[in-house]
Design a protein around this ligand. Structure first.
Ligand SMILES: [Zn+2]
Length: 268
């Protein structure tokens, strides 16, 4: 009995010792694993460090490449130029309004191009004018530019001539001027001084064939019938089926579609 108890005690001790040993073993293994893990944790860190350095130096060197023309971008503060997007060329010239009530701008600048018959126009309207004439001719018409750009003194001469004509008919000086001004634009207020207007005549007898074709098609080339019928109160000028004004294709399309004058179009 005593022996049995002693045995049991021994077995209990053995068990406890075994358990302790097992625990120690487990703890030891855990500690080992832990340190292993720790190493594993640090390894990638330390091994990735050179990579990071590499990419850092790469970045540095490529940044060096970018700033290689270093002085310009860095010393010059980024001026307006790059932020201002390459703006579209100023198109406002196409819609310059010149009429009885709106004189030609004082500083109006113009580059002329002389046509084969000696008439000049603003060089910017030439390509579209030529295209329009080519297509009119392809339709059996024979257009010619009878009037294009006029200088101020041209316009003054035309006015003086007309006044003299009325005076010769017996009108007083003032009456003659008033009458002339009904038909001739006061110098400084003629669209012809802009270089953007052309009087188109036919070299054949079919003037109306030409006028009708222009009325229907000129907008395709950026030109409008500038003085339509029944719009004198707005334009200041009677119907002139031959006088075409360049406004650009966009404006011409709308003016044609809505049957507007330039004055009405600009008023919105
Ligand atoms: Zn005209």
């Amino acid at each position: 009995m005593k022996e049995q108890r002693k045995n049991r005690k021994t077995i209990g001790m053995i068990r406890r010792t075994a358990a302790l040993l097992l625990l120690t073993a487990i703890l030891g293994f855990a500690a080992f694993r832990c340190s292993k893990l720790h190493q594993a944790d640090t390894l990638p860190d330390s091994s990735s460090a050179p990579l990071a350095e590499l990419s850092a130096t790469e970045a540095a060197s490529s940044a060096g490449d970018v700033t290689e023309p270093p002085t310009e971008p860095s010393t010059e503060p980024p001026t307006e130029a790059p932020t201002e997007p390459p703006t579209e060329p100023d198109e406002s010239w196409k819609l310059t309004l010149v009429n009885r009530w709106n004189a030609l701008p004082e500083d109006y600048d113009i580059s002329l191009l002389t046509l084969s018959n000696g008439i000049s126009v603003d060089e910017r309207i030439y390509p579209d004018l030529q295209a329009m004439f080519d297509d009119a001719r392809a339709n059996g018409l024979q257009p010619m530019v009878r009037e294009g750009f006029r200088t101020r003194s041209d316009q003054e001469a035309i006015m003086a001539e007309r006044i003299a004509g009325y005076e010769a008919e017996g009108y007083s000086g003032e009456e003659a001027r008033q009458k002339a001004e009904e038909f001739v634009a006061i110098p400084g207020t003629s669209e012809h001084e802009l270089g953007l207007a052309v009087d188109i005549n036919s070299t054949s007898d079919d003037a109306w064939g030409l006028y009708n074709w222009l009325a229907e098609n000129a907008h395709e080339y950026g030109f409008i019938l500038r003085y339509p019928q029944d719009k004198k109160s707005i334009t200041g000028i009677d119907y002139e089926p031959w006088h075409y004004r360049y406004v650009g294709k966009e404006a011409a399309a709308e003016i044609h579609a809505r049957q507007l004058t330039l004055e009405e179009y600009l008023q919105g």
